[in-house]
Structure formats: structure tokens, C-alpha cells
Design a binder for this molecule. Structure first.
Ligand code: FAD
Length: 411
């Protein structure tokens, strides 16, 4: 097969590059940024995604830089334990859940791609501004950066747009779609070097969105000083937000209020927030699911295809699953147009369900239930508020929809 052109060297684009290389399908990756810097904060990879990364021979490299998360633990805003369940290998999966710095994940993928496929297979400073196709192939045009004039072009057999939530290729097919849809929740994120809390590999969700919710989990193994890099996200319902920019600095004063009294036995939350070296602010956004991703020789993958609100730890994972499905389709179908249509059939409906469920009933629905049933007051015993069976059902329901229930994965 002629070359596959991958637009974007994020999590989806690099995973696709590795999977295609593994399948001996020639490809090149074209990235807008002048150099790939380890940007972002924490991200979670659930067992369905780590299974695919293990198949690409990356588990050992990831284990060195990530935390193999052992449990999900839910508290109310008074620090009372609502629910705890094991995760990843601790829950009997064949593969771990990794909590990892997005930059560390990107570096593992990038180094593997460069060393396996060759450094010349990844070109930076190539900002895609449009694609054209005919019976014989596709041509992608690049500028030096957003708003720049056309500077170069490349031709190949198919184009896979892995260019993230503001995808230029998606805009070409859906010019009237408009800006990403604000969920009503703004986020402030940061990382702090801190001593291990709870199991040292716990993913904590606490509080509720209307009064302030926190997600906290370590993302790097402890150093010689015993401190771990801990990722935290403050999520608060507010009509105020600014356009998503992954690097926008936020201010502690804008969000610390609701968490000022969160001095718990297991963690002093305001102290953790104050010790962060900087704060990032971005709105929680997604887009309505699309009816179609594949247009002849062009298709969308990852956030370009199905941006979702980050309430189910599934954004990176679903991009990784897309990469695997697309590679399989290109291997199975001699005709690239048929392959892209088959990929869409396999992934569009599945990811649509996740996008919509993340809006309504992601794992933190557990917190909402307890918040509503207690009228946001402390409880004497959690069993008086909600049964263990109901809590398990809420958690398992999401796993089934997002495709990582243990039974489905071992099948
Ligand atoms: C800088 C950055 C920081 C992020 N930080 C976090 C975080 O802290 N936590 C979290 O949960 N998620 C974060 N994300 C999003 C997360 O990586 C994605 O939700 C998920 O991994 C899906 O990956 P993706 O490959 O589809 O998109 P992304 O990982 O967003 O990758 C898209 C890639 O395409 C490139 N690109 C964009 N436009 C063009 C263009 N026109 N031409 C060529 N290349 C283009 C981008 O520079 C980027 O490298 C971040 C994304 C970015 C780009």
C-alpha cells in the first residue's frame, strides 16, 4: 500500500504510527508544532487501552514512568468515604490502569516511533490547512502554523486526521459546526510534588460539581525524597469560561474557595493546591457526535473524531482503540476507501455512546447520587444513603459502555 498520511503527533497519531509500522504499512506523521514538547498534566489509561499499548511492546516503558493505579476512591466534600473499588491488575484485569503525565506518555510513544520507524517519518512544523482527493490518492497542504499561507504539500493513499479537538480536517467537512460545546463546568488543573496519599496509587474523586469537585491521583513514581508528582483537577459549575487553550495559566484565587476547608485525614487539599508551581485553566468541552468520519480516503481519529468531556478517563484510551481498529481495517481491506468505511462502522457508534454517557452518567455519578440523597450533608453511615449494590451498578454500567468491563476484556 502507498503511504498513509497521519496529521498530528498527539496520543492518537503516534499510536497509529506505531501500529501501522508494526503492521508494515508505510506512514508518515505531520505535526503542527515546531517541536514536540511534553505538555499537559495527568491522563489515565484504562485496561482496554493499556492492552493495546502492551501489544505494541510499550508496557515496560510506561510502567517506568507511570503509576499502576490500584483503586478508585470516592469521598463527599466532608471527607467521608463513599465507595472504593480496585482498578487495573488489582481488580483482576490482565493489564494495568496507568495514571501518567500526558507528556511522559507522548515521549514514550515518540521515542518508540522514531526508533522503530525512523526519525525522518515524523515531520514537525507542518500545520495541515486542507485535504484534497481523487480516485488515485489524497494530497494534504501545510502551512507553518495556524493562519499561515500554504507552504508545502504531500500525497499519499489515505489521510488520517489525528489533529485533536480543533481539527482542521474536521472543520473542512463540517464548516458550520462551531466551537466546542461548553459543559457548564470549568476546570483548574495542576501537579504538586507530595507525599503518597491513601494507597500511594489511589485515584480519588471527591465533592460534587455544583459546590466544587476534586479529582486527585499520583502520576509519577516517588523520587528519592519519597515525593510523588500528584495530579489534581478542580471542577466547578460556572457559566464563565474562556476558549480551551491547553497552556492557559489559571489563578488559585479563582477556585480555591470551595476547597479551603478540605483538611482531611488522608489529605490536606488546600495545602496540596497551594504547593503547585503553576495552575492551568480550561473549560470542560466536547462536541456533539458526528454522523460520519470517513469521506473516501480521509477519516478522523481520536479527539478530532469524538472529543469528550474528561469525566470517564477515556479520551486518550479511545484514541488508542481507534488506532488499533483502523490498522486492522487497513490490513483486512485491500481498498483503502472500504477500509476507512469499515473503521467508521466499528468505532463511530461505540464512541458516540461514550461521548453521551460522559455528559450524563460517568463514574462520578456516584458522587452526584450521594450529594442529592443527603442534600449535601454529612451522613452517619453510607449504607443508609445508598447500597453497595447500587454503587457497584453505577460503576459497572460505565465500564460496560466504555468497553472495559473485565468480562468484555478477557473475552
Ligand atoms: C498540548 C496538549 C495538552 C493536553 N493536556 C491534556 C491533559 O492534561 N489532560 C487530558 O486529559 N488531556 C489533555 N490533552 C488532550 C488529550 O491528549 C487528548 O484528549 C487525547 O489524548 C486524544 O488524543 P488525540 O491524539 O486525539 O489528540 P491530541 O493529543 O490533542 O493531539 C493532537 C495533535 O495534533 C496536533 N495538531 C493540531 N492541529 C494540527 C494541524 N492542523 N496540523 C497538524 N497537527 C495538528 C497537535 O499539536 C497535537 O500534537 C492535551 C492535548 C494537547 C494537544
Amino acid at each position: 500500500m502507498e503511504e498513509v498520511i497521519i496529521v498530528g503527533a498527539g496520543i492518537g497519531g503516534l499510536t497509529l504510527g506505531l501500529a501501522l509500522h508494526d503492521a508494515r504499512i508505510p506512514c508518515r506523521v505531520f505535526e503542527s508544532a515546531a517541536e514536540i514538547r511534553a505538555v499537559g498534566v495527568g491522563i489515565n489509561l484504562l485496561p482496554h487501552a493499556t492492552k493495546e499499548l502492551a501489544a505494541l511492546g510499550l508496557e515496560a516503558a510506561l510502567a517506568k514512568v507511570a503509576i499502576a493505579t490500584t483503586d478508585a476512591t470516592f469521598f463527599n466534600r466532608f471527607g467521608q468515604l463513599i465507595y472504593q473499588e480496585p482498578l487495573g491488575r488489582a481488580a483482576g484485569y490482565d493489564h494495568p490502569q496507568f495514571s501518567i503525565h500526558r507528556g511522559d506518555l507522548q515521549v514514550v510513544l515518540l521515542e518508540a516511533f522514531r526508533s522503530r520507524a525512523g526519525a525522518d517519518r515524523l515531520l514537525t512544523n507542518r500545520h495541515c490547512i486542507g485535504v484534497e482527493q481523487d480516485e488515485a490518492g489524497v494530497t494534504v497542504t501545510f502551512s507553518d502554523g495556524p493562519g499561515g499561507a500554504a507552504r508545502s504539500s504531500v500525497s499519499g493513499s489515505v489521510v488520517i486526521a489525528c489533529d485533536g479537538i480543533n481539527s482542521a480536517v474536521r472543520k473542512q467537512f463540517y464548516p458550520d459546526e462551531g466551537e466546542p460545546r461548553y459543559s457548564g463546568v470549568n476546570m483548574w488543573r495542576g501537579v504538586t510534588l507530595w507525599k503518597p496519599m491513601l494507597s500511594g496509587a489511589s485515584m480519588v474523586r471527591a465533592g460534587w460539581l455544583s459546590h466544587g469537585k476534586m479529582v486527585i491521583y499520583p502520576i509519577r513514581p516517588a523520587g528519592a525524597d519519597g515525593l510523588q508528582l500528584v495530579n489534581w483537577v478542580a471542577e466547578i459549575e460556572t457559566p464563565n469560561y474562556r476558549r480551551r487553550d491547553w497552556n492557559r495559566a489559571g489563578s488559585l484565587d479563582d477556585f480555591i474557595g470551595p476547597f479551603a476547608g478540605w483538611h482531611f485525614e488522608w489529605l490536606d487539599v488546600p495545602a496540596l493546591l497551594r504547593a503547585a508551581d503553576h495552575v492551568l485553566e480550561f473549560p470542560m468541552v466536547d462536541q456533539d457526535p458526528l454522523p460520519r468520519w470517513s469521506f473516501g480516503r480521509v477519516t478522523l481519529l481520536g479527539d478530532a473524531a469524538h472529543p469528550m468531556v474528561p469525566r470517564g478517563s477515556n479520551g486518550a484510551g479511545q484514541a488508542i482503540l481507534d488506532a488499533r481498529a483502523l490498522t486492522a481495517a487497513l490490513l483486512e481491506q485491500a481498498d483503502p476507501v472500504t477500509a476507512l468505511a469499515a473503521y467508521q462502522r466499528q468505532r463511530l457508534e461505540a464512541t458516540t455512546r461514550i461521548v453521551l454517557t460522559n455528559r450524563t452518567n460517568p463514574p462520578d455519578a456516584i458522587l452526584r447520587e450521594v450529594f442529592q440523597r443527603t442534600g449535601d450533608r454529612p451522613f452517619d453511615a453510607i449504607d443508609d444513603v445508598i447500597s453497595r449494590e447500587e454503587l457497584v451498578a453505577l460503576s459497572e454500567g460505565y465500564k460496560r459502555i466504555a468497553g472495559y468491563s473485565r468480562d468484555a476484556l478477557s473475552r
